[in-house]
Design a protein around this ligand. Structure first.
Ligand SMILES: Nc1ncnc2c1ncn2[C@@H]1O[C@H](COP(=O)(O)OP(=O)(O)O)[C@@H](O)[C@H]1O
Ligand SMILES: [Mg+2]
Length: 279
């Protein structure tokens, strides 16, 4: 597998409007599926997209359609000790002072994976004690990448997360403009979504979108809107679609299909693309 510098192949990309989107919500509600569908859809519409796997479980690659050797060749950023040492100044011969906010604008050129013509993937990997914000070089480097997400060259950055926002919470809030907070119709998922929305609002993420996933005829949308409260900027719904589990884990067979979820994903992608202008 080769890494091709995308910015070089897209002259002018540095100057075009950008948007940084974090996808969050309770476990199992469809965050990774949605991130992968949006990434392919936005790239298919001509935008340069970076998908970032911020979940230590690392299943975004397979959901984007990478398997076998391609997937096996991915080295998560947290395990790229040379890059981490270079950027944080903690390599051999360093004088022991760690650089806390290094310039990581080259991170995708150095550690990213090509998924498709305009779509790249960056896998963060797991960092021990990430939740407690440890002062280890890996944590510091990963947090810098997220905090400085606006300096990445890609027009659209989509960050898939584990359940919750506490992982790199402050760094995400600094680097990201929009939160897609995914829920299913259940009370528990909606409670998590509401807490996440409050957190996102408090930390200054200006656009907070509730995504109600797996909506069926029996889903009580009015009840869900009441549970949601008034902190969300808007609400999108995605249908429960048998196409999704049929092709699991990859979303690639859904692209260009007339599977019901695709119309809703295209709408949402259009809205993200439109928001770039205001970012
Ligand atoms: N719109 C949908 N319709 C049907 N199944 C879905 C839909 N979205 C996600 N799923 C399924 O839900 C499960 C959890 O999705 P996943 O994206 O892994 O959730 P998360 O990343 O939030 O843990 C997967 O089996 C996935 O195929
Ligand atoms: Mg996931």
């Amino acid at each position: 597998m080769t890494t091709i510098p995308m910015a070089a192949s897209h002259p002018g990309i540095q100057d075009s409007p950008k948007i940084r989107v974090v996808v969050t919500g309770k476990g199992g509600v469809g965050k990774t599926t949605l991130t992968a569908l949006l990434a392919h859809t936005c790239a298919g519409q001509g935008y340069s997209v970076l998908a970032v796997d911020g979940d230590p479980q690392q299943n975004l690659a397979a959901t984007l359609g990478l398997y076998g050797d391609e997937a096996a060749a991915i080295v998560p950023l947290a395990e790229r000790s040379d890059y981490i040492a270079e950027k944080t100044g903690t390599g051999p011969g360093s004088r022991g002072l760690m650089v806390l906010n290094p310039d990581t604008a080259d991170v995708v050129e150095r550690a990213g994976t090509i998924v498709d013509v305009r779509l790249r993937l960056l896998v963060m990997g797991g960092v021990k004690n990430a939740g407690s914000g440890c002062l280890c070089p890996e944590y510091s480097l990963l947090a810098s990448v997220l905090r400085n997400a606006r300096s990445l060259p890609d027009e659209i950055v989509l960050l898939d997360t584990p359940a919750g926002l506490e992982h790199f919470g402050r760094a995400v809030a600094e680097g990201f403009d929009m939160a897609l907070i995914v829920s299913d119709g259940s009370y528990n998922a909606m409670t998590v979504a509401r807490d996440l929305c409050r957190l996102a609002k408090e930390s200054g993420i200006r656009d907070r979108v509730l995504i109600v996933n797996r909506v069926r005829g029996t889903t009580r949308l009015q009840h869900i809107r009441t549970l949601a409260g008034d902190s969300f900027s808007r609400v999108f719904t995605l249908p429960d679609d048998p196409c999704v589990p049929r092709h699991e884990p990859s979303v690639v067979p859904l692209l260009g299909s007339d599977c019901p979820v695709m119309a809703a994903v295209k709408d949402l992608a259009g809205s993200i693309i439109a928001e770039r202008a205001g970012s």
